[in-house]
Ligand binder design. Structure first.
Ligand SMILES: Cc1cc2nc3c(=O)[nH]c(=O)nc-3n(C[C@H](O)[C@H](O)[C@H](O)COP(=O)(O)OP(=O)(O)OC[C@H]3O[C@@H](n4cnc5c(N)ncnc54)[C@H](O)[C@@H]3O)c2cc1C
Length: 361
């Protein structure tokens, strides 16, 4: 391992590893990815992993998510089977009064090419018979699905390594300096130099920003998930709130709490999640729960990805977002375009860091 690289990526979660893989395909850069732990020790190893598009709003955000979902089948052909399944997505509603909102969503998303059907109770139950007959209807789109995040990150990294990218695990970055156009990155295991630097530290990205003297406007938001024992196939679609994995386990939950970096699970949220599960799928009342886990989302203050150059620090870039599983193929592609060509095929204006005014500490 040398200590001089064209690009150093900090963070080997789904975002850092996707960027490293896509960038390595261009064969133009010597790349090093540094992680303080192992690749799935952050949020990417504690996620629901829906590739979810249909009710992402405003519609430009839905459109971005759709482009990324469309890249998944192609990605699988390149890196291998990541257990991506385009199951179709169902987001149920329980009150007739929500139908108007659902119709407006369908109309808006159609403008950017996302097809949504607004189903009545009978139509939903025909698609997904195990859902509760108390639902009033649902929005449905074929574009949604889910993926195995463990295989995804592992295969991004294997493919990046095959293309020559290097990785340094269990190696925290503790200092970053910029001097004569080069970044000096001090880690527990030594010093590395890079011409371009990418912060992809997930929920720790704010701390990485402090090493560069910038305030990155992100919050940490905990999510708690229940996992059932493996069950016979019960649901076919990805349902707003739950999905069934290939091994039969059902992953349930979408809670949000701002409690800092605290990965404990708590009885109150787990009870609410279990109640939601049974309200949606009454059969789950008989399922055994084998474990609960929590993950810490990184959530930009306005909810949208922060992607691209870091203002006033030449050659420093950031890629931090919620929904990184959905967005990773597109983010890797766009960051590669930005780093190798200086421009992107999709305008990143809405995602730039400088949309926030208060970036300097
Ligand atoms: C409960 C839950 C459910 C979710 N459901 C979905 C979903 O259905 N669909 C979806 O698209 N998204 C979902 N998300 C969000 C998604 O999981 C994240 O957006 C994604 O995993 C973030 O990936 P990342 O690479 O940015 O961060 P991480 O996976 O956290 O990776 C960041 C890496 O940076 C490393 N790092 C940090 N600081 C340093 C340092 N100083 N030195 C070296 N290394 C460092 C960490 O060790 C870590 O490995 C969910 C999240 C949660 C918590």
């Amino acid at each position: 391992m040398t200590n001089q690289y064209d690009v150093v990526v900090i963070g080997s979660g789904v975002i850092g590893s996707s960027i490293a893989y896509h960038l390595s395909e261009s064969k133009q850069k010597e790349i090093l990815v540094i992680d303080k732990g192992f690749p799935l020790s952050g949020t990417s190893g504690s996620t629901q992993a829906w590739v979810w598009v249909h009710n992402k709003t405003p519609s430009w955000y839905g459109e971005l998510s759709m482009y990324s979902a469309e890249l998944y089948p192609f990605l699988e052909r390149k890196i291998g089977d990541v257990e991506y399944k385009r199951t179709g997505g169902i987001a149920p509603f329980f009150n007739e009064s929500d139908r108007e909102k659902a119709l407006r969503l369908a109309e808006k998303q159609a403008e950017v090419g996302i097809d949504i059907e607004v189903l009545n109770r009978e139509q939903v139950l025909e698609k997904e018979p195990a859902l509760s007959p108390t639902i009033a209807g649902a929005t449905y789109s074929k574009i949604d699905g889910n993926v195995n995040p463990f295989r995804l990150v592992e295969l991004y990294i294997k493919a990046a390594k095959r293309n020559g990218a290097e990785f340094s695990f269990y190696n925290p970055v503790i200092d970053i300096d910029k001097d004569n156009g080069n970044f000096t990155i001090t880690t527990k295991e030594g010093v590395f130099y890079a011409k371009q630097l990418i912060l992809a530290g997930g929920p720790w990205t704010k701390g990485l920003g402090e090493l560069l003297g910038i305030d990155i406007p992100v919050k940490q938001v905990r999510g708690q998930i229940i996992v059932t024992e493996p069950l016979a196939p019960l649901i076919k679609h990805t349902i707003g709130g739950m999905r069934q994995a290939d091994n039969g386990e059902i992953l349930i939950g979408y809670s949000k709490e701002e409690v800092g970096y605290d990965r404990r699970t708590t009885l109150d949220v787990i009870q609410d999640t279990a109640k939601m599960a049974v309200d949606y799928l009454p059969d789950l009342a008989r399922a055994n729960i084998v474990r609960c886990f929590s993950g810490i989302r990184v959530m930009p203050h306005d909810g949208f990805p922060i992607l691209g150059e870091i203002p006033e620090i030449d050659n420093a870039f950031i890629a931090v977002m919620h929904s990184g599983i959905t967005l990773s193929p597109l983010v890797g592609t766009l960051m590669t375009e930005l780093l190798t060509e200086g421009e992107t095929s999709i305008d990143l204006k809405r995602l730039r860091f400088n949309r926030f005014n208060e970036c300097n500490v």
